[in-house]
Design a protein around this ligand. Structure first.
Ligand code: EAX
Length: 322
């Protein structure tokens, strides 16, 4: 009897052998699952697991040191990163062009440029650096928060210690505004705010809400000073092991991720400011953007000198097709 069962089990495994072999794919991102990144990663997981009938299993893991994750993807100890372009410029310098303050007019402009040939061309610049830029996602327009005082105008920034991402373009901009920028990984942000190492930080509404930054920050100023793209980056060798059909399915799943991510950003933008007010933050909505742009104009030339000016102009000139 036992021998018959063993034979039957052996036969079953043999018949079902290949289907059970499952490839693990882990996406690391820096935010809670209940966030605009979590929404994107979950949409990718559902679409890709369905398209590959379970031959791939997508794991979603939180790791809030973005630069470290990108390094791991580059050396092959991690499969995929989903996160902001904050530290990406340190790996793919061309991406710094997107970090210029007030470059994008609004969400349709930013999303349109990234979906256009401009954005797709920029994704090809990852390969020579041992990374694959799979798809653009979104973090959102960044706003300033701090625990010291209401910021209504550039002059109120003077001497404010502001955490920035590990991003040269942003650091120069905050220096030009008279603030004292301190670059650090997202993983260090909340302790630094709690201990007063820095007074403030800047992030999109979806990040401020998802990470309860209202608990360590009192004032929110809707500066919208820079658009923060997000990106899905994967390890080239890992993707190269996929069949052509699976690779197409992965690209399709990445597009589904971008749609879900952007929808979540739009939803968080619509309700987030009220939510943060309800949580006790003082919100400055009437912000003189022209004054901030003016204050940044002195450093704009310096910043842009090191960037692709033709690309900057193409982005500024971009308009949706009529
Ligand atoms: O990607 O580091 C940051 O402030 C980023 O906006 C955050 O990690 C989300």
């Amino acid at each position: 009897m036992f021998r018959r069962t063993l034979a039957a089990a052996g036969l079953a495994t043999m018949l079902a052998g290949p289907a059970l072999a499952q490839t693990q794919l882990t996406i690391q991102h820096p935010l809670p699952l209940n966030s605009h990144y979590g929404a994107g990663a979950t949409a990718l997981k559902e679409a890709f697991e369905r398209a590959t009938s379970g031959r791939y299993r997508v794991n979603i893991q939180r790791n809030d040191n973005e630069r470290e994750v990108i390094e791991s993807v580059q050396i092959g100890t991690a499969e995929c990163y989903l996160g902001s372009t904050g530290p990406v410029g340190n790996f793919v310098p061309e991406v710094r062009t997107l970090d210029v303050p007030f470059l994008f007019r609004d969400y349709p402009h930013a999303r349109g440029v990234l979906d256009s040939e401009i954005g797709q061309q920029l994704l090809t610049r990852f390969q020579p650096r041992g990374l694959v830029g799979v798809a653009w996602l979104e973090n959102g327009f960044r706003h300033l928060t701090n625990s010291r005082r209401e910021v209504n105008a550039p002059a109120d920034m003077r001497g404010l210690k502001v955490r920035t991402m590990e991003n040269q373009v942003h650091m120069r901009a905050f220096t030009a505004l008279g603030a004292l920028p301190t670059p650090m990984a997202f993983s260090e942000l909340v302790p630094a705010l709690q201990q007063g190492t820095v007074d403030g930080q800047e992030n999109p509404i979806p990040v401020i809400v998802a990470n309860n930054l209202n608990q360590v920050q009192r004032f929110l100023t809707l500066t919208g000073h820079v658009y923060s793209p997000a990106v899905l980056i994967c390890n080239p060798a890992f993707l190269a092991r996929m069949s052509a059909a699976d690779r197409n399915a992965f690209n399709e799943a990445a597009r589904a991720a971008a749609r879900a991510n952007r929808d979540r950003v739009s939803a968080d933008e619509a309700s987030g400011v009220e939510e943060l007010r309800r949580r006790g933050m003082t919100v400055v909505t009437q912000v003189d953007n022209a004054a901030f742009q003016q204050a940044l104009s002195s450093s704009a030339g310096q910043i842009e000198q090191q960037l692709d000016r033709a690309l900057l102009q193409r982005i500024r000139d971009w308009r949706p097709a009529q």
